[in-house]
Design a protein around this ligand. Structure first.
Ligand SMILES: [Zn+2]
Ligand SMILES: [Zn+2]
Length: 379
């Protein structure tokens, strides 16, 4: 019975999702069984499906939640309030914040909280406006110390990413707060980030069919970005290979790694099924001035992504030089190389506006407000 009620509740949550609000599962993949919520700012209405109580809580109050099967026990300042399928804390003032702790981690958030349990695992869901969420993501993903214009780039990307990737829909929320989705660090107090989110409010990147694009990004492209099929199996639109002069003097622009020639030959032999004596007899040097998909020498050929993974290289944009009994990789960039090059974007945003930066790294896209996208989708 409890399970059916819980499923009905999760379906209800999915149906009431709005593209301007977002539900974030706090503490990502951690499987907490209890949580404490402390009131920090503003007033909240605290209630559950039993409707037999509504408590307006204030600063200093503490509510504890403990999972029990598909139900939750709640305690207000140590006194039991009830055992229910779900509990809600809805904000009753514009300025509001709560501190949530699962015993090992804590996070301060704005907006509402929904608490329920699936098979004894407590779900703590933060319901907030997409723009407040984007502020928390910029704080978590980009950090502090960038220009206002670059924060605007990051704001449009994070907002679009959130609407494109809704990986947790069946669990009652759209995104988790970990790297699995986007790192969401809760309430933001940095003025520059706030201004960037307000200046780009509601703006997202869409393709010509009005789909939110998959705004992939990486640290540094080394001077040339790549198409998705060079990294994964599928070719995605809007991610073309472009040459990038903005990142070539940044911190991750160049790298070098040395390994032994014997381990290189062992690896090549495994991957290509060529004998060690054949591989020792040919020239193993390899040059990459423009990005390639394969390391190709003699009749041996290996996908660059495989080499990167095996030797934990910073990128697939490298040349190979044999020096005595060593192999030296001389590389450029850091990351998969698809979409926005962050270090390039940071430099470009010093002399260009955020729209120019976005149109430089993503192709055949438009910057549009969510309301406008919804309007066009009606036709
Ligand atoms: Zn996730
Ligand atoms: Zn770049």
């Amino acid at each position: 019975m409890n399970k059916i009620k819980l499923i009905i509740f999760l379906i209800f949550l999915a149906l009431t999702a709005s593209s301007k609000d977002i539900r974030v599962g706090l503490f990502g993949s951690t499987t907490q069984t209890k949580a404490d919520v402390f009131y920090k700012v503003g007033r909240y209405e605290f209630y559950s499906e039993s409707k037999n109580f509504t408590i307006i809580s204030r600063r200093g109050d503490k509510i504890s939640f403990v999972a029990r099967g598909n139900k939750v026990n709640a305690y207000l300042n140590g006194l039991k309030v009830g055992e229910n399928i779900w509990f809600r804390l809805n904000k009753r003032s514009d300025k509001n914040s709560l501190e949530v702790s699962n015993g090992t981690k804590k996070k301060e958030v704005m907006g509402n909280l929904v608490i329920y349990s699936i098979n004894g695992k407590l779900k703590i869901v933060n319901e907030i406006s997409i723009d407040s969420y984007v502020e928390g993501v910029i704080k978590g993903e980009a950090g502090y110390g960038y220009s206002l214009e670059y924060y605007k780039v990051q704001a449009v990307i994070s907002r679009t990413y959130a609407l494109h990737h809704q990986k947790h829909k069946g669990e009652g929320f759209e995104l988790c707060d970990h790297t699995h989705c986007q790192v969401y660090d809760g309430i933001n107090t940095k003025e520059e980030i706030k201004l960037a989110v307000i200046a780009t409010s509601e703006e997202v990147l869409v393709d010509s069919s009005m789909n939110f694009i998959n705004t992939l990004f990486h640290s540094n492209c080394g001077g040339q970005t790549v198409t998705t099929d060079m990294v994964w199996s599928k070719r995605l639109a809007c991610m073309e290979s472009i040459s990038d002069t903005f990142c070539t003097h940044s911190s991750q622009a160049n790298w070098k790694k040395t390994i032994s020639k014997s381990s290189w030959i062992r690896f090549l032999s495994q991957e290509t099924k060529k004998t060690s004596s054949y591989l020792s007899s040919i020239n193993l040097d390899f040059n990459q001035t423009q990005r390639k998909e394969f390391y190709s020498v003699g009749s041996a050929k290996v996908r660059l992504t495989k080499i990167r993974k095996n030797f934990r290289l910073k990128s697939t944009f490298f040349s190979v030089h044999i020096v005595g009994d060593k192999v030296v990789f001389i590389g450029k960039g850091y990351g998969h190389g698809v979409g926005l090059c962050q270090e390039g974007g940071i430099v470009m945003a010093k002399t260009h506006n955020y729209q120019e930066v976005l149109y430089h790294y993503y192709k055949d896209v438009s910057i549009m407000s969510i309301s406008k996208v919804e309007y066009y989708r009606l036709f």
